[in-house]
Every structure is written in C-alpha cells, then in structure tokens.
Design a protein around this ligand. Structure first.
Ligand code: PLP
Length: 448
C-alpha cells in the first residue's frame, strides 16, 4: 500500500541510484517541480540556479521550445521504430550523418545506445570483436585510469576506478587494469605538467609489459577530463602523449566523452582541443541535453570496416530495443541545432567567465585548488593550504557545502573528497555565472 504523502511514497518505494539507502530513509527526497533556462524550482517553490545542469547533462538548458516541439512532433508521427536488422527512422539516420560530419577525424560511424554506461559496454564488445576479426583473440585485457568513471553497468563499473562503485559488488573481472591519474593537485611527481605526462607514459608502458605486452592489451580508456573523480584536468599534451603510446603499440584508444562532449569544455568534443582522434568515442548526456535518454558510440572507419568484414553476412549480435530511438534522435537533432546556432559560442564565453570567477575564490581560506575547462570546473576544499590538508571526513564538508548552497539558491555537486563541482547549462547569462560564484563565496563563508 502506498503511503499518503509523496515524500513518504518515495521513501518507501523508490530505490535511488547512487544514494545511501538508509540515509535516504532518514532524509527523504528533494522533489524538483519545474525548470526554465538555468533555474529549477522545487516542490516548495524555492528557486535555485542549477550549477550542475542536472547531472552534467542539461547542456542546452531547460525548457527549450524547439526541443520540446521536435519531441512532440516525433511522438505524434512515429514514437518508436526499431534500429534492429535494417529497419530505422528518418531522425536516427539524419542524426547519425550530422554527428559523423562533426566528429573528429574518421569517426564516421555512429552506434546509438540509451546512455553512457551501455555506450561504454558497447565499446568493450566492439573492441573484442575487432581483435577477434583481426585474428588476435589474445588481446583481451583493458586498461583505464584511477579516479576514472565509465558508468555503472557491470563492465563499465569494472573500468570505473572509484571505490564506491566496487565496494561490496565483487566485480568478476581480472581483465581490467588501472594506471595512476594525472591529478595535478595531489600528484606524487609534483604538479609540473611535463613530469606528469612522462610519469603517465612510463606507467602505461610498464602496465602493458606487466600484463604480458601489447599483444595482450585490447584498449586503453580515458576521459578527456575526469569528471566524477573530481573534475581532474590533464596537463596540455597528456591526451596526445597517451594516444601516441597506443598508436605505436597498436592498442585501441577509447575516449569517454560522456561528460566532456557537446560543448561542455568549449568545442563540440573535448578531443578536438586535445588535437587527437580516438579509435572509438563514447557520448551521452549533452547529446540530447538530458531531455530524453540517448548515448552514442563513434567508431573509426578502420574499426567499423574490420568488424563488418569479420561478420560478413552474419549479424553483429549487439543491440538494444531502444537503440536509435526516433524520439531521442529528433531531440538530438534539435539540440545540435541549438549548439550550432550559438550555444557553443555562449558556453565558451561563459566558461571563461566561470573559470575567472572561481579563480577569484582562491583567496578564500578553504579553497586549495581551482580547476576546469569551459563550463566544467571544480574547487577543492582544504583546511590548510600549505599542506593541502583535506577537511576531516567526519565533517562531511562537501555535503555541508551542498546543503548550504541549496539554501543559498545554488545547486552544485559535492564530491566525497571535499571537491565542489560545477557544470552549468551552456545557456547561462553573465549574471547567472556571477551569481553562481557569489553564492559559492557566501556558502564557503558560512561553512568556515
Ligand atoms: N562515462 C562517463 C565519463 C560518465 O561521466 C558517465 C556518467 O556520468 C558514464 C560514462 C555513464 O553514463 P550513464 O550514467 O548515462 O550510464
């Protein structure tokens, strides 16, 4: 039987993703009711600036009429068409073609999924298929980076290197390996960019040797900026250096752009700024700006042709009922129009303003580090700047900041390690960016 109030119903019956189930029973849910632009309104009518674009996904901002119209029109015309076999729909074909045209290099083939986790899963399957098709089935080991996040499906969670996604689950993989993150603020080799790049290259090479040589390694996974690990930006040149090792050793380089794609860091894809072309690229979130679920894997022409030749007349047996969903594709097209008609340019401008504003908080006694690129940023809180001493875990600093920020009309992301994350919608105005920074300062003053 359902309880009376909505809060009670939620508490009793809705199992929340990535939440403390017991904690949720105590605290209950914060219900959001409506949103427009960069502002959301909760069930009590309290208005908040969404400094995190939902879950770093509502890049276009809320309530975009052209997106709503595109979805509605598609729902009326053809709400579902399978992408299985050789069936399909007009919006899916159009979106794939437009994405292929905009993607870096020869990432000309697009495989649609429902979100980021299954996009990552798909790349693992495609990588295995690719090496099998090339007659190298022993290339079945995968490497990713500590503090990386690649989703929450069983395979993706294995590539993910955040403790909460492993603890207690007993993931059954011994074919997934990790190297140290480039995390500059707390790097054992110091914060010199070249030293960090050299250390990562050396560790990747050593890891490959330890696994049994390049003949055993299928792929290396990176996020152009590590998101859930605390917005960790690699030094300029890090991506290119890691790409070069993979190219030299014939190991697939897979860029996970689920967060960084679709203008989050400035250009449509972060890889463009890094000057690299991955073998496969995963995206989701900004692809449909969170209005409806969708992800996409981009495959290089070489990967696509090898798999296609390997399968010949047989089906490549990988797919989801909702792959290439026509409503999601229609939304994707409308969102892409917005990016191209000014949102990317505005995001780039506002990103510079956000970074400048957050750097202005460096004088605050709690702010140890400010980092980011474009509309993707974080501040790291410490109690002692000299020694970079983290705030005591028992004080749950990030959670306190999150609560206070909420009361001050701002939504941020509080990471466990005392890091506050920002990923506002790209449609933000100058006044909204300034308000995000001002409300952060007020919040930090109240947290002291
Ligand atoms: N990869 C990265 C880099 C992500 O940040 C995320 C989600 O935040 C995922 C994959 C998983 O995406 P989803 O939550 O849509 O399954």
């Amino acid at each position: 039987m359902l309880s009376n109030s909505l809060i009670e119903q939620d508490r009793a019956h809705l199992v929340h993703p990535v939440a403390s189930w017991r904690g949720h029973e105590q605290s209950g849910v914060r219900l959001l009711k409506s949103a427009k632009g960069a502002t959301v309104t909760d069930a009590q009518g309290h208005q908040l600036l969404d400094g995190f674009a939902g879950l770093w996904c509502v890049n276009a901002g809320y309530g975009q009429e052209s997106v709503i119209e595109a979805a509605t029109k598609q729902l009326r015309e053809l709400p579902y068409a399978t992408g299985y076999f050789s069936l399909g729909s007009e919006p899916a074909a159009r979106l794939a073609a437009r994405l292929a045209e905009r993607a870096p290099g020869d990432l000309d083939h697009v495989y649609f999924t429902l979100g980021g986790s299954d996009a990552v899963d798909s790349t693992v399957r495609f990588a295995r298929y690719y090496w099998n098709a090339r007659g190298m089935p022993e290339k079945d080991q995968f490497i990713s980076v500590q503090q990386g996040y690649h989703g929450s499906s069983t395979v993706g969670a294995g590539l993910t290197a955040l403790p909460a996604f492993h603890a207690g689950f007993g993931l059954p993989f011994d074919w997934q390996h990790k190297i140290t993150s480039h995390y500059a603020y707390r790097n054992p080799v110091g914060n010199d960019p070249q030293a960090i790049i050299d250390a990562s290259v050396a560790e990747l090479r050593a890891k490959i040797e330890q696994i049994g040589g390049a003949g055993r390694v299928a792929a290396f996974y990176v996020e152009p900026i590590q998101g859930s690990g605390g917005v960790l930006v690699p030094p300029k040149g890090w991506m290119a250096a890691m790409r070069a090792v993979c190219t030299e050793l014939d190991i697939l380089f897979i860029a996970d752009e689920v967060i960084t794609g679709f203008g989050r860091t400035g250009p449509l894809f972060a890889c463009e700024e890094d000057g690299i072309v991955p073998d496969m690229m995963t995206t989701a979130k900004g692809l449909t700006s969170g209005y409806v679920p969708m992800g996409a894997v981009f495959l290089s022409d070489r990967i696509y042709q090898t798999i296609a030749d390997g399968a010949g007349a047989a089906a490549v047996g990988h797919g989801y009922t909702y792959s290439a969903h026509p409503v999601s594709a229609a939304v994707g097209l409308a969102v892409l129009d917005l990016y191209e008609d000014g949102l990317l340019a505005n995001g780039t401008k506002m990103g510079a303003r956000l970074m400048a504003g957050l750097h202005g908080l460096s004088d605050h006694p709690l702010v140890g580090d400010v980092r980011g690129r474009g509309m993707l940023a974080a501040i790291e809180l410490v109690i002692d700047k000299q020694n970079k001493t983290p705030l005591p875990a028992a004080a749950a600093p990030a959670t306190r900041v999150f609560e206070r920020a909420w009361q001050n009309g701002l939504i941020v992301r509080a990471f466990a390690q005392g890091v506050i994350g920002y990923a506002p919608p790209l449609c933000c105005t100058e006044a909204e960016i300034d308000a995000i920074v001002e409300r952060t300062r007020l919040t930090l003053d109240q947290t002291l």
